[in-house]
Design a protein around this ligand. Structure first.
Ligand code: ATP
Ligand code: MG
Length: 366
């Protein structure tokens, strides 16, 4: 069949081979595994785009599905559609990283989050959040668009937080945005590489609320004949701070403290001009305050975040300090995290009002 002209792979919408796209021989197995060594150089990210930014032509356009089909496979698509070029970074020096642990990785997952050591500071644990479009979903989205969307938004948000010294306290410390090259597979593409972007951030020795729940830190018992689940005992998680194992008591008081801090941190970021925009339980890392061993929370994941009050923002900086109660009301509590609340909205709302009596309207969050 003659090429319909959708791309270099030929073919077209009527003979798209899903099996080939899903088992692409030119796509290497996920490389972001323990032991991988790679060299990175600093990179200036493109301006953030998408929801809450003005549409001024500085954003990236999605390649629509009928056009994507012409490329037939993720490797061919990523070979011909790369990240946009930005002004060269003045610092051309390279750093070598080695992956020491996978944190959140997987084919078609989206970003790859790995714990690394750099050759030039081997004692420090770093986290590389890698936006490699080849391992984003290809059938549902334009993977290069998605990767650049996440990269540009996350880098812009971290940069602002870094400028005011809020990273390293409420979110991991930010160590800049970077680029590196990765090869494809197979004879035809063996001399070709693609660009991959990433940010480097501080490693937080903690566990997200969702992982704590999924990994059974809570022991749940069925009560009576109904399916009602109730926490009976748990309530300890381990946390390594400065090389020492800390045990965190996660009783109700501690778990409510974690929720309270999450609402306060989200609000604080808003006041600084960063709407994190994804206050999910998987993005709240529970860790311990170094000296006391009390639970503390760090927010992660700024890949959907947007800035307030920049020339390209559609929303201004907040004119007054909002009550964290609004954030807390807006957010549904995870009932497995606070099962003592018995799925009662009223009890939760009463707790929110006790914490922040001055304002709990659910609207008004930037
Ligand atoms: N600095 C860090 N230190 C330790 N763990 C981290 C760090 N950053 C992220 N993680 C862990 O990795 C997971 C994935 O990171 P992150 O949420 O930034 O990636 P994502 O691709 O945007 O994920 P998702 O879309 O699933 O929310 C987090 O849920 C958290 O458990
Ligand atoms: Mg996340």
């Amino acid at each position: 069949m003659a090429s319909l002209g959708f791309g270099p792979g030929g073919g077209g919408p009527f003979n798209f081979d899903y099996n080939l796209a899903q088992n692409d021989p030119e796509k290497p197995p996920l490389p972001y595994r323990e032991g991988l060594r790679f060299q990175i150089t600093q990179h200036i990210p493109p301006p953030p785009f998408g929801p809450e930014y003005v549409n001024d032509g500085q954003g990236r356009l999605v390649v629509p599905w009928d056009e994507r089909q012409g490329f037939r496979t993720p490797a061919r698509f990523c070979l011909h559609n790369s990240f946009r070029t930005t002004p060269p970074h003045p610092d051309k020096s390279t750093r070598t990283l080695q992956v020491v642990e996978e944190i959140a990785t997987g084919d078609r997952r989206g970003s790859q989050v790995v714990c690394c050591r750099a050759d030039d500071c081997p004692d420090e644990l770093l986290v590389a959040k890698i936006y490699d479009p080849l391992y984003y979903d290809y059938l549902d989205t334009d993977p290069v668009f998605e990767a650049e969307f996440h990269y540009s938004r996350e880098a812009a948000a971290y940069k602002r937080l870094h400028m005011v010294g809020a990273d390293g306290i409420h979110v991991p410390e930010y160590y800049g945005s970077w680029t590196f090259r990765m090869p494809f597979n197979g004879l035809a593409l063996q001399s070709k590489t693609r660009e991959v972007r990433m940010i480097l951030i501080e490693y937080i020795p903690g566990t997200s609320i969702s992982s704590l729940l999924n990994n059974g830190v809570f022991t749940q018992h069925k009560e009576g004949r109904g399916a009602k689940q109730k926490v009976r005992h748990l309530l300890v998680t381990q946390c390594r701070i400065d090389g020492i194992e800390k045990h965190l008591q996660l009783d109700l008081k501690a778990r409510l403290h974690v929720l309270r801090r999450a609402a306060e941190l989200y609000t604080l970021l808003l006041v600084i001009g960063v709407n994190q925009a994804d206050l999910a339980y998987r993005n709240m890392l529970v860790t311990a305050v170094p000296d006391s061993g009390d639970p503390e929370i760090i927010l992660t994941d700024l890949s959907h975040a947007f800035l307030l009050g920049t020339q390209r923002s559609t929303r201004p900086m907040l004119s007054e300090w909002p009550s964290p109660g609004r954030t807390a009301m807006f957010q549904d509590p995870n009932w497995d995290w606070v099962p003592e609340f018995d799925k009662s909205d009223e009890k939760y709302k009463a707790w929110v009002r006790t914490c922040w009596p001055e304002g709990t309207d659910s609207d008004g969050i930037a």
